[in-house]
Write a new protein. Structure first.
Length: 284
């Protein structure tokens, strides 16, 4: 890929371009991301050494400016001001900017000052982990990193436990055991998936309850970056008494078949069984 200066017709519109980068396998860079990095005027990044390796892999040479959410306001303002005339790509060390990575303050400043912002889809460890885990994915909540301190970690898990969705966290190898202990205390019955080294040579996704996973990773200390997923709460099965009460209430205003179908939908119980019981109730 050539890094010659782009012609006027090849130049990007000035503004901010949010570029997702590979989370491990360099082959996951998109054609569009590579094109934006080739044509932009410069790259804002967390670590110039990490981004420099990616650009070298792509055969691209560009000015790089270090940026993260701890950068001082004046540094961020200089970057925003430069976008009035230049196209700047924002990348993180791996994955999509702003998904537990820097960027939101910069995007907010750009929008406040009328600077165009373009976001390119691409690699995201949370989504890769979710699809790989096999846990329910019709509803999910990404909650970033769990707190480092035990009390705060447990309080966070207790707050999130009632949510009817798969929970997704980012975690590190050294902290995984403490998180599994906390999950065992707060959600011992919930299925957990530990997805690590995603897209890399030693990728793995291990599922089980907290106790089993804790025993495994105590014997096999984990390394690398981890996506920790927790399945949603199990649906409560209504008692026979509750189902009976619902059926009698439904029969007061519905036909037998309608009442059975209504209660079956609400409880997940077998419609034919409910219909037979409804007929018994009607015959009383």
């Amino acid at each position: 890929m050539s890094d010659k200066a782009p012609s006027l017709s090849d130049r990007l519109t000035p503004g901010l371009y949010l570029v997702a980068t590979p989370i491990g396998n360099l082959g996951d860079i998109t054609f569009r991301a590579a094109d934006i990095l080739k044509r932009c005027d410069g790259v804002a990044c967390e670590d110039t050494r990490v981004t420099g390796k990616l650009l070298k892999h792509l055969g691209i040479s560009k000015p790089m400016w270090r940026y993260d959410d701890h950068s001082e306001h004046r540094d961020r303002q200089r970057l925003v001001d430069s976008m009035r005339e230049k196209a700047v790509a924002l990348v993180t060390d791996a994955g999509t900017p702003m998904i537990s990575d820097p960027g939101y303050r910069l995007v907010n400043d750009c929008r406040l000052e009328g600077i165009p912002v373009t976001s390119l889809p691409g690699a995201c460890a949370a989504i890769v982990g979710l699809t790989l885990s096999g846990l329910p994915n019709d509803r999910f909540l990404f909650a970033g990193f769990l707190p480092a301190k035990d009390k705060a970690r447990r309080e966070t898990l207790e707050e999130l436990a009632p949510i009817d969705a798969t929970l997704i966290f980012y975690e590190t190898g050294p902290r995984l055991l403490k998180s599994l202990v906390a999950l065992g205390q707060v959600m011992p019955e919930r299925e957990i998936a530990v997805a690590r080294e995603l897209t890399k040579l030693h990728e793995e996704c291990r599922r089980g309850l907290s106790d089993g996973l804790l025993a495994y990773y105590e014997a096999n200390p984990p390394k690398g970056e981890i996506v920790l997923l927790v399945g949603p709460p199990a649906e409560e099965v209504p008692s026979d008494a509750d189902a009976e009460a619902m059926l009698r209430e439904a029969l007061a205003t519905m036909k037998t078949s309608q009442a059975a179908a209504h209660v079956a939908k609400a409880t997940g119980l077998d419609r034919k069984t409910l219909y037979a019981r409804a007929m018994e109730i009607k015959a009383e």
